[in-house]
Each structure stands twice: as C-alpha cells, then as structure tokens.
Ligand binder design. Structure first.
Ligand code: GLC
Length: 686
C-alpha cells in the first residue's frame, strides 16, 4: 500500500509516473519539524536494517552513516564521502515492520541513517516543498516492486550493450580505435564496443568532430560495424563559448542557456574552458539540444554516454576572477599557516562550489527557478532530452544511453555508470555492494569502470574485477588519461583474460533474459541474500555475495593475493567452476559455510537449488552467440525450472511470445514450452 504526503508546493520532478492524490491526514510515520530545514525524525529498533539510496558509498545495509543526495563530481570518493554522482532518495527500513520511503525533491536532502545517533534516523531537506511516499508491504521485494511500479519500467538497452566494451580517456584518433579493435580481434578477446572520449571532439565542443583525427566518422562507424563493433561517443553538459560555433550561437540566440539573476548567461569552466549550461529544465531547450545528437545518429552511431551533467563545474568565471584578485595580495608576502591555508582553500573551493549553483536559473514550465533548488534533476533532464530525440530520430531500434548524473525517473530512459572510481580493491567491493541499491531505485543497466578509472591498476585487480564484471549488465573497462594502460591485451596472462571475458558471452543469454524480465516485472536483478532468504538471520550480515537473477548466486573475490574466500550457502547449491566456457566442473554443495579456492584465472559461481543456468557457446561478439543451442546446468535429482526470454535485441518492445519455459525433472528429462524451442544438452551435478 502506498501513501503520498505533500509538503508545500513541490517541483514536479517526473520521478513518479502514477499520479496519486496526496493524503489529507498528516504524515505520522516520522516526526516532522519545520525549522531552518524541513526534518523527518524516526527512532529505529535495535535490529532495523536500512537498504537503498542507490549510488552511495559503504555497504548494502546503509545504517550508521550520513548520506547526502546532491549530484557531485567526486572521482576520489572514500568511505567518508557523503554524495556521489546520483541522487536516489528511496530506501527501505527492514525490521519487525518493513517500510519503503521515497522523498521526491529535486534539491539536496540529507539522510542521517544512525550517524548522529545509532538509534534513529534524521532526514533533512534543504527545501520545504516535497512529496513523501510511504510504502508498506509484506516483504522487502514487494515494497521494491510497488515502488518500481509507480516510477515506471526501467530502460532496456540494445542487446549488444551486454557485450564487453573497451574505453579509455586517451584514444586520440581513428588509428587508436582501430588498434584497440585489432588487438581484441587478433587475440580472440570478445568485444562489442569501443568508446570515444572527449578527444574525438574539436576543442571539446559537443557535436563537433575533429576532422584531423577522425576525417570520416561515418566511414569509420561503417568499418567498425563490419567488425561488429559499436562506437560510443561521449557528450558533455557544458557548451563551449566560441563565436561561430553553431551550438553556442543557437543556444544564445534562442535563450536556451542558464542565466544569472540579471539575465546574462552563466559562465562556468569545464573541459573546453568557458562554457554555458543548456537549460534542460526548459523543454524547448531540451528538445533543441536533443536534436543535435542527430549529427552522430546520422553517422550510424547507436550509443552515447552523457557526462559532467551534475553539472560538474571546474570553476565559475566570477569566482575565478575573485580568487585571482585575492592572489595579488599574497604576492611578496610571508605566507604563514593562516594565509597559506586560506590561499589553498580559495583554490580548492573553485571546483563544484555550492555557492556557484545558486548563481544561475532555469526557465521551467513552472516558472523561473534557481539551479540549486532543482540541482539533482539536471543530468536526468539532459539524458531525457537525448532519449526523446532517439525516439524521434531512431524509433525503429533501441539506442544505448547511460549517464553519469542521475535521479530516479531517469531509469526509464537510460542506464548509469557508477562515475569515476579508482583502481582500488575497495572500489571493486563498492561496485559489488552498489548493484542491489541501484536496482531498488530502478537502475538496472549499470556497472562501474572495470579495472578502476583513476590510479594504476594491476593485473590481478583487473582479473578479479572482470570475474565480477561478467555479471553486470554494463561491462566496460574504462580508465583515465595518465593512468597505466589497462586494455586486457596489455597484460601477460592473455589466456585468463580471453577466457573470463569469453565466459561472459556464454552467460549473456541468461543475463539478458533476467534483465528484460526484471525490467518488465519491476524486479531487482541483483539482490542481497537476505532479500530472498530473510528467514535465515545469517544472511543479514552477508554483504559480499549477491543473487544474480533467478538462478545464480555470486561470491566475488575482492582482496589482493587471496587464494579463495569463505562463502555462505543459504541452501544447497551447485558450484560451477570455470576456467573457460569449455573447461568447467560442477559440484553439488550443502547449505552452510565453505572455504572456496578461486584462482585468479577462474570464475566460480553457484546455481540455486531447483534452478538452472542456460549457458550458450559464447562468441567473440554478440552476433556470434547462438541462441538456439544451450547447455542447461543444474543439480541432479532436482526439479529445476527456468523461463528463458529471447528477442532480437534491437527493436523497441518486449516480445510477448519471447518466453520459453524449461523444466528438468528429477530423472533429468527436459521439457520445453514456447515458440522456437532451442536445442539443449543437459549437464547435471551429482
Ligand atoms: C569524466 C568522466 C570520465 C571521462 C572523463 C573525460 O571524468 O567521468 O569517464 O573519461 O570525464 O571525458
């Protein structure tokens, strides 16, 4: 059951699709106080756990820390960071009673989840106008399902976006792109996409192509298509200020950039130097910006990533000038500790300064509004504008889209990547732990920069990260300029990389099937064990194993020099150990604790009792996967069932008759129902 409570006159974010009348009665779930901020207080029970909040640091149970929804560019995030790139205000308190709560507000909001006092939560909204949704349900999965129903179906990307993807900020020209493809193809390392980071543009201008480095993009896209490779260019939020540059000129002429109070365009600094920010909260401006994607769509591009759309600000022109003016006074002075730290503070305060977000305005259908009051939906509206354009200009197929900044609602038209991370083992664990909370908030198409974006990776970190990444819908190796090159062919253990990525291609039909079913039924694809095995209290503490779809449980290795790890099985399962798609062993294992050895060149995962895994023969790109031939992996003398969903992977709708029902009975005989049943071979663990 869902109840909506309204405070003031909230700005319509677009997160919730189902228009619900607000309750007349007061919200009693929280003690509500209007002081300097609107605050919501609740005492917690000793054993209450808190799940959700989407993209955030720390573990799966969010209790004990303070989080702030305020889309932020934080490449070096740590355990004590409070905000990341997205703002996802949905969580569930799970204890004797189970309640889901969604705070729908486009401005900043803080969730003190037992940080100030372990025994209570305190939520403080910067703005007094917001909607609160309270969702009661019998189980956490029911509550999540209800929430996901009212926010609408999650985005489904084209199937090729489940393939392995290679990216690096530093591919400078078509030669570099060709080399990446050649190295993968000649070493038989599967690959479906290569990314074009900001260097493909001319002086970092959106929708421009540097002709000296990409003389014939259309030709290159075609050449890549023949190799079954998709090129995915980046688009940034800021538009370079440069007289004569069409996007800039048009934006100024039509008044589509964000303006300061006095009506002049706000000037910020990002990659190209001075930029204006398109006013994505003005639907006309969004439509206009969306139209520009057409120049790339017309070259045959069918995937994009939207970046820097929190929006990230390196500096605002006005603040920069003030800081420069101050510096003059320091020159020739003896900088004592006070002066020195003041100086540093001024420089460090240039980037992402919260005061700068108060200097510009949006022209919205609900009137003019200052940016900070709607900050958290800026990236969402940019991405929605792009997705609307894809519907207009490429309606016959799905286009890949994922964004860095996000708010709930954007999950309907795009995925997200988990922003800049580091080549740290702790960020591999963070990637694992973020998957369920993002799924709770509707973001199914997601993954992190595999191998780590910033800092130097190591061969073993990349192997272990890939061994987890083969399960995440977005599987992209991405690294920053200036870091160690981390394309897998740069490392010695070629076989291991080839085989692990190869296993991904065996799993793709299962992952895609689970993904589309979870999107269609508003379910989570990645779940903590406790969401399903909640009767078993042991599962409450397990934050490094996940259920992936209906059939699988994973227990990734995420520490360096480990030869294996402890794994808890909440029920009897089959352990699958793979060195490659061909070299695999299956072993039935009993419920309970196990120490499992996992070498760095292996993938180990588990099949749940009475479930099965349809495994394909793989391929070097998505189009090579034969979806009419499967090995079915399960336990002997189980009654296993699976619903396999298949479609062409490109057209826009979910195929109604795409499900095949597969059963393997205790004696090992298979029965299948549905259209075009595949050929199957059964592999059972004794
Ligand atoms: C941002 C993005 C990163 C990208 C870089 C250069 O840091 O998050 O993925 O490589 O900008 O465009």
């Amino acid at each position: 059951m869902i109840k909506k409570y309204r405070f003031g006159e909230p700005f319509e974010t677009g997160a919730v699709l189902e228009q619900k009348k607000a309750e007349d009665a007061e919200l009693t779930f929280f003690q509500v106080k209007q002081g300097e901020k609107l605050s919501f207080f609740k005492a917690l029970e000793e054993t209450d756990r808190i799940y959700g909040l989407g993209e955030n640091v720390r573990g799966i149970n969010k209790r004990g820390w303070i989080y702030k929804s305020e889309c932020n560019d934080v490449p070096i995030h740590r355990e004590d960071t409070r905000s990341l790139y997205g703002a996802h205000n949905f969580f569930v308190i799970e204890g004797k009673v189970k309640t889901g709560i969604f705070f729908d507000t486009p401005s900043a909001i803080t969730f003190d989840m037992g940080y100030t006092e372990y025994g209570s939560i305190l939520i403080e909204s910067e703005e007094p106008d917001l909607d609160v949704y309270i969702i009661e349900g019998g189980s956490i999965l029911d509550i999540v399902g209800e929430f996901r129903r009212i926010i609408g179906r999650s985005y489904i990307p084209p199937k090729w976006a489940f393939g392995y993807q290679q990216s690096r900020w530093g591919y400078r020209d078509e030669k570099d792109i060709r080399e990446v493809v050649r190295e993968h193809r000649s070493n038989h390392i599967p690959l479906d996409a290569v990314y074009m980071d900001i260097d493909y543009m001319e002086s970092y201008k959106d929708f421009s192509i540097d002709k000296s480095r990409f003389p014939d993009l259309k030709g290159l896209v075609q050449e890549m298509k023949e190799e079954h490779i998709h090129l995915v260019p980046i688009i940034d939020a800021g538009v370079k200020i440069e007289p004569g540059y069409q996007v800039y000129e048009e934006g100024c002429e039509k008044g589509y950039f964000c303006k300061e109070e006095d009506g002049t365009e706000f000037v910020a600094g990002v990659w190209p130097g001075q930029v204006h920010f398109p006013d994505f909260l003005n639907p006309d401006a969004g439509r206009w910006f969306g139209e520009h994607y057409r120049c790339l769509l017309d070259c045959g591009i069918d995937g994009f990533w939207n970046d820097m759309n929190e929006p990230a600000i390196f500096y605002s022109q006005k603040r920069l000038e003030k800081v420069f003016a101050k510096f003059g006074a320091y020159q020739g002075e003896n900088l004592d500790t006070h002066a020195f730290f003041k100086y540093l503070e001024a420089v460090n305060g240039l980037g992402g300064n919260s005061d700068d977000y108060k200097q510009f305005y949006h022209q919205t259908p609900m009137g003019r509004i200052r940016h900070d009051k709607v900050h958290n939906i800026y990236g969402y509206k940019m991405t929605e504008a792009a997705a609307d354009a894809f519907k207009r200009y490429a309606p016959e197929r799905r286009t890949l889209m994922f964004s860095r900044a996000s708010y709930i609602g954007m999950h309907r038209c795009s995925g997200i990547w988990q922003g800049d991370n580091l080549s740290w083992w702790s960020h591999l664990l963070l990637n694992i732990q973020m998957m369920p909370s993002l799924n709770m908030c509707g973001f199914l198409y997601t993954g992190a920069d595999i191998g780590g974006f910033g800092s130097d990776t190591t061969e073993d970190l990349l192997l272990r990260w890939l061994a987890f990444g083969i399960f995440t819908p977005l599987m992209r190796n991405h690294a920053s300029a200036g870091t160690r090159e981390q394309e897998v062919y740069r490392f010695g253990n070629q076989n291991a990389f080839r085989n692990i990525i190869g296993i991904r291609y065996g799993l793709i039909p299962y992952l895609y099937s689970e993904f589309v079913k979870c999107a269609g039924d508003n379910r989570m694809m990645f779940m903590p064990l406790s969401f399903v095995f909640g009767k078993d209290e042991r599962t409450y503490d397990i934050e490094d194993q996940l259920l992936v779809g209906d059939s699988l449980m994973i227990a990734p290795v995420y520490t360096q020099n480990a030869n294996g790890r402890f794994v808890y099985l909440p029920e009897d399962m089959v352990m699958v150990r793979m060195k490659s798609l061909k070299e695999k062993t299956l072993e039935k294992m009993k419920q309970g604790d196990h120490y499992i050895k996992v070498a760095a060149d292996e993938v180990v995962f588990f099949i749940r009792k009475n479930k099965m895994l349809p495994l394909s023969c793989g391929g070097e790109s998505i189009n090579e996967i034969d979806e009419n031939r499967f090995e079915l992996l399960a336990g002997a003398s189980w009654d296993s069932a699976y619903e396999l969903y298949r479609d062409d992977g490109y057209s826009s709708e979910i195929r109604e008759d795409g499900i095949i029902i597969v059963n393997i009975d205790k004696r090992g005989s298979v029965e299948m129902h549905g259209a075009d049943v595949p050929e199957v071979k059964v592999l059972l663990a004794d």
